[in-house]
Design a binder for this molecule. Sequence first.
Ligand SMILES: *Cc1c(COP(=O)(O)O)cnc(C)c1O
Length: 336
Amino acid sequence: MIQESELYRKIAEACRLDTAEAYRLQSRIHRLQWFGRTDIWVKRDDELGFGVSGTKLRKHASIIPSLKQQGIEEVVVIGGAHSNNVLSAAQTLTENNIRMIPFLLGPPPRKQGNAKVLSLFVDDREIHWVSRSQWADCEVLANNYAEKRRTEGRKIFVLPEGAHHRLALPGSLSLLVDILRNERESGIRFDHIFIDAGTGMVAQSLLAGAVALERKTIFHVVVLAGSFDEFQTGLSKVMQYTREFFDVSLEQVPDYCMYYPATAKSFGSTNKTVFKEIQRIAREDGIITDPVYSAKMFLTARLTILDKKLEGNILLIHSGGGLALTGFMDQPVFSV
Ligand SMILES: *Cc1c(COP(=O)(O)O)cnc(C)c1O
C-alpha cells in the first residue's frame, strides 16, 4: 500500500506541478437532479479545458514534460481523424514547439467536427493515411518511420493510439487524487464511481491507483471502444506500470464492473437515442456531452443505477470531449 501524500508527490513531480506552465488538474463536482435523489454527483473534468478536453489534459500533463526533458522534436501521433487525443496532441505539442506527425486511420473523412478543427493545426499533406486493412500494423509503420527519422538525426517519439502509454500514467492517476480532494471538500465519500473507457488508460489508472491506496469503491466502467478482454489486458499493463512507478507489489485486484454502452454499441457509432440523451442532458442537467463518449456513459449510468438499484453516493466522471459535438449539430433531433 502507498500513502496518498506519496501518490501526490510522484504525480506533482512528473507533471511539474510546481511550475507556472503546469496544467491545472483540479475539477469540481456538483449534484445531478436525477430520480429526485441528492446523492448522485458529476465530476466536471470537461471543465479542465476547452480545446484539450477533460481526461486528455490529464494524460498530456505528464507526457509533455517528459518529452520536453528528453528533447523530443517530433511525435508520431496515431488515431482516427476525429480522435480527441490527436486533436489534443495538435495543441499540446505545437505549444511546445514539437512537430506532430499524424498517422491517421483512412480514408480521409468528410471534414466536420474534430477532423475540421484538426485541419486548423495540420496541413493535409502532413497526414499519413493508413488504410483499415493496414491499421492493425499502424504502430509498426509508425515505428519504422520513426527509425528512419532517427537515422536522419531527429529525436522522435511514437505516441500510441489514445496515448495508452506509461508516460501518461502519472497524469492519469491525478484523477484519483482529485476525487479524494473533492471528497474531503464536500465531506462525501463515493460508494460508486462511473467512468468511460476508450483505450482505457484513464479508467485503468483510476483502478490501479485505488488498489495502491487500498481504497474501497465500486467502479463502473463503460467500455466504449474494444472489448472487455481488451480492457482487462490494458488493466494488467497499467497495473504493471503502477507497480514500477511506485516500486510496490500490488496484490489486490480492483473492484469493478464493466458495461457495453446501452445503445449504439460499436465505437463511434451514434443513433437517435444518443442524440435524444444529449438533448436531455443539456435541458435537464445543463451539461454539454459528446455522442462518442460522455452521452453513452451518462445513459448507461442512468439505466444501471435503476437496474441495479444502486444506493449510496454515486459519482459520474464527465471526461470532456464536447468539441466533437460540433460535427453533429445538423442532427434532426436537435432542431426541435
Ligand atoms: C479519450 C476519451 C476518453 C477515453 O479515455 P481513455 O483513456 O482512452 O480510455 C473518454 N472520454 C473522452 C471525452 C475522451 O476524449
